[in-house]
Design a binder for this molecule. Structure first.
Ligand SMILES: *[C@@H]1O[C@H](CO)[C@@H](O)[C@H](O)[C@H]1NC(C)=O
Ligand SMILES: [Zn+2]
Ligand SMILES: [Zn+2]
Length: 363
């Protein structure tokens, strides 16, 4: 039964599977960092914000994302290499008897079926401060940051040569030794302690890596580009997989950039809308005015209230002059203007007389 399913899967993959290596423009033996680099470059190039209304670019962008999702994951990449895209989503073949619930419970309880949970290192969360202009127009933000990387010379063994690493004699590579202690006649206690010969590493080295001095990690300057999409929400998290500190035998955690929108002198964002307050004089309130408002992309938006009366606190909505809508950046929210009328602090006698005359006329 299972064999048939597997063959079907292979046939399916030949027909429908995508060539993830070709999509990411990398060789079959590409390293994780090559994969990451290519992914970042291509996903920026084909980003929908850069290619609006381009269906080919959109499909390519999706392919790139799928390719990266699989190839950046050691386990999925292995399955993909064996039998293509269709295989990646197949549950692991169970070695034991027929248990229809095996996979389900395996997934819920974290790999009861012999699947080993991969250890992932801590993630690093950073704030990325953006102006409203950044969010209105979209932007690429290059970020350089320090992280601990596996030493490139010893690849984390700590020895200067691979041959200089041997299994520890005292613990047989376990890193722990079991000792028996006699507590009294007939009483024996067994306990484990960390092997002192190898410090719990299970390996001993006859040389010391000259690059990391056996620290196994080196400080490394890395760089990322955060692509800010138009209209991105405040608090959005941009996650970069495997970009945080590297540790031996552990998959590096994520670097997470959380969007923090800086206050703007003119506009306040409210979802897709923008709000602003415009101060006008009493004269402008009564007789009308035109004013230019500098928008977030530098355009001047003309507010034309020629011949119109504006009450204090009056609200005007200008449709389509708000923030671009996320992932539909040709759509915009509205601009909501509140007019604030600034009354004169004092009037001359002449002005008072004139106003009296006006009010007598106008009622
Ligand atoms: C403002 O609108 C009036 C008509 O309501 C028009 O005559 C005038 O040219 C407009 N001014 C500007 C600067 O657009
Ligand atoms: Zn080293
Ligand atoms: Zn040991």
């Amino acid at each position: 039964m299972k064999r048939i399913l597997c063959i079907a899967a292979i046939v399916g993959s030949v027909l429908a599977g995508r060539d993830f290596y070709k999509i990411l423009d990398i060789k079959k033996n590409a390293s994780p960092s090559d994969i990451k680099k290519s992914y970042r470059k291509l996903s920026m190039q084909y980003h929908p914000d850069k290619n609006p209304d381009n269906a080919d670019a959109k499909r390519m962008f999706q392919d790139i994302a799928s390719a990266y999702e699989v190839l950046s994951d050691a386990d999925k990449r292995r399955k993909y290499d064996q039998c293509g895209e269709e295989c990646v989503n197949q549950p692991e073949q169970q070695g034991g008897g027929m248990n229809p619930f095996g996979d389900i419970f395996g997934d819920i309880f974290g790999g009861g079926g012999g699947r080993q949970q991969e250890q992932v290192g801590p993630s690093a969360k950073l704030k990325i401060k953006l102006t409203l202009e950044d969010i209105y127009n979209g932007r690429e933000i290059p970020v350089t940051y320090y992280k601990m990387a596996i030493c490139p010379h010893c690849r984390g063994s700590g020895a200067d040569n691979p041959e200089d690493v041997t299994v520890c004699n005292d613990c047989g590579g376990q890193g722990v030794v079991t000792e028996t202690k006699r507590l009294g006649p007939g009483f024996v206690q067994q306990f484990q302690r960390t092997c002192t010969s190898c410090g719990g590493q299970g390996k001993t080295m006859t040389s010391t890596c000259h690059v990391c001095r056996a620290n196994k990690q080196v400080k490394n300057l890395d760089e990322l580009t955060v692509f800010i999409e138009k209209g991105i929400a405040d608090g959005h998290e941009y996650k970069f997989r495997e970009a945080a500190d590297e540790f031996v035998n552990v998959r590096a955690g994520e670097v997470i950039f959380k969007v923090h929108t800086l206050p703007h002198p003119t506009f306040e964002r409210s979802g897709n809308d923008l709000k602003t307050t415009i101060k006008i004089t009493l004269r402008e309130a009564l007789l009308g005015f035109t004013k230019d408002l500098k928008h977030l992309d530098g355009r001047r938006v003309t507010i034309n209230r020629t011949g119109k009366i504006t009450s204090p606190g009056q609200v005007e909505k200008i449709t389509g002059e708000g923030m671009p809508v996320y992932e539909m950046s040709s759509d915009h929210g509205d601009l909501i203007i509140t007019y604030q009328v600034e009354l004169p602090q004092k009037l001359t006698q002449e002005q008072k007389d004139l106003f009296k005359m006006v009010f007598q006329m106008g009622g």
